[in-house]
Design a protein around this ligand. Structure first.
Ligand code: AOF
Ligand code: ZN
Length: 366
């Protein structure tokens, strides 16, 4: 049964987990709080894959005070031996009285067994406290652990007339500096960053996390069906972060070898002529890339949208108008005939960032 104070302590556990976003790899972000006789006696968060889980850090801090305590944890305690031993067993050993869980662990190796184990050992378990927030926080983990495919976020920065560059290809800058800061935090929170070959040719971007703190660099993923990106481009030559190139079986073997020599993995995805994007996501998942931020251009965005491979869209709009029939839009694909066929965003959030507007949501197809 939920008691007064449960949301208060779960809130603290969620806040710690939120701060660890981007640094746990394919693992979820998790926070834990140990409360005894009305006082917090232990705090913990899972910080990095292969290191202790949130509950273990918090229980270590609590020491002997863990006995008879209530432990708040944002994800069901694990019941399996992974890179670390099961947290449910540790909670039982430490004789905690009650465990409050925000949401169940969708990992098929756990999936309710952690909660079951606690209950079998006489520990009172309450579930569902601030569940929606806990689920939203681990949306990338949840998709990856249940499908093996990375969570795909498309980010665009466009003018009010939906353009991502002028008719001559100029795009620096469309969104304001504060919006660009947010994008760098988004890079930190994804394991991969994906662009099409056209974007590399037009902008020669670095695709690293530079402006914001903290900042881990995602793996750079270039979608290049014909291997036309020059080896001198920054993503292929600066060594600032690992780079993967997704191409097709039709790609030039000699160029593949040149890239391989430079330590760049080239992954053929399908027979061609275009990269099979569904297969590409599968290949990325196999390499333990559980989230991908797509930063364009319009063709890659359009293809992913048309193939329904997108989990989330974040659009930044700047109060500018540039016109030009040839100026690229943010989603280029053959398009629908009727408004009733339109892709719609749900769970929409709107935020103003100075004079820019950020709209984000989850696409649904009719
Ligand atoms: C918890 N608390 O803090 C986390 C959990 O390889 P391992 O040992 O790190 O196990 C990873 C799995 O454990 C992960 O897929 C998820 O099911 C769970 N993560 N569980 O009780 C934590 N990070
Ligand atoms: Zn665990």
């Amino acid at each position: 049964m939920q008691t007064i104070g449960d949301e208060y302590y779960m809130e603290l556990a969620l806040q710690m987990a939120e701060r660890a976003q981007g640094q746990t790899g394919i693992n979820p972000v998790v926070g834990a709080v140990v409360v005894k006789d009305g006082a917090v006696v232990g705090l913990g968060a899972h910080l990095k894959r292969g290191t202790p889980h949130a509950e273990v850090h918090a229980l270590r801090m609590a020491g002997p005070l863990a006995e008879g305590s209530t432990v708040y944890v944002t994800l069901e305690p694990c019941s399996h031996y992974g890179m670390t031993p099961p947290c449910a067993e540790r909670l039982i050993e430490d004789k905690v009285a009650r465990v409050v869980v925000a949401t169940e662990d969708p990992n098929p190796q756990v999936a309710g067994r952690g909660i079951g184990l606690l209950r079998q050992n006489g520990i009172e378990v309450t579930t569902g406290v601030l569940r929606d927030r806990a689920v939203a926080l681990n949306r990338k983990f949840i998709k990856y652990i249940t499908t093996g495919l990375p969570y795909v976020t498309i980010k665009t920065a466009s003018t009010l007339d939906g353009k991502i560059a002028t008719k001559t290809g100029d795009s620096k800058w469309i969104s304001n500096e504060a919006s660009r800061e947010i994008v760098h935090t988004m890079r930190h929170r994804h394991q991969g960053i994906m662009v099409g070959s056209g974007t590399v040719l037009a902008d020669d971007p670095q695709l690293t996390t530079r402006l914001a703190v903290p900042g881990l660099d995602p793996v750079r993923i270039i979608v290049d069906s014909t291997l036309r990106v020059p080896v001198a481009s920054r993503v292929l030559s600066d060594g600032a972060a690992p780079t993967l190139v997704l191409t097709t079986e039709m790609a030039d073997r000699a160029k593949m070898a040149v890239l391989a020599e430079r330590g760049i993995e080239v992954i053929p995805c399908g027979a061609g002529p275009h990269v099979d994007l569904q297969l590409a996501l599968q290949r990325l998942g196999e390499r333990e890339i559980s989230s991908v931020l797509v930063e364009g251009g319009g063709r890659l965005n359009g293809s992913l949208l048309e193939k329904r491979l997108v989990d989330e869209i974040v659009l930044f709009f700047a109060p500018k108008l540039i016109g030009g029939g040839e100026a690229p839009g943010s989603f280029i694909f053959s398009g629908y005939e009727k408004m009733s066929e339109a892709v719609t965003l749900t769970s929409v959030e709107v935020e103003t960032i100075g004079d820019n507007v950020c709209i984000q949501g989850r696409p649904v197809w009719p």
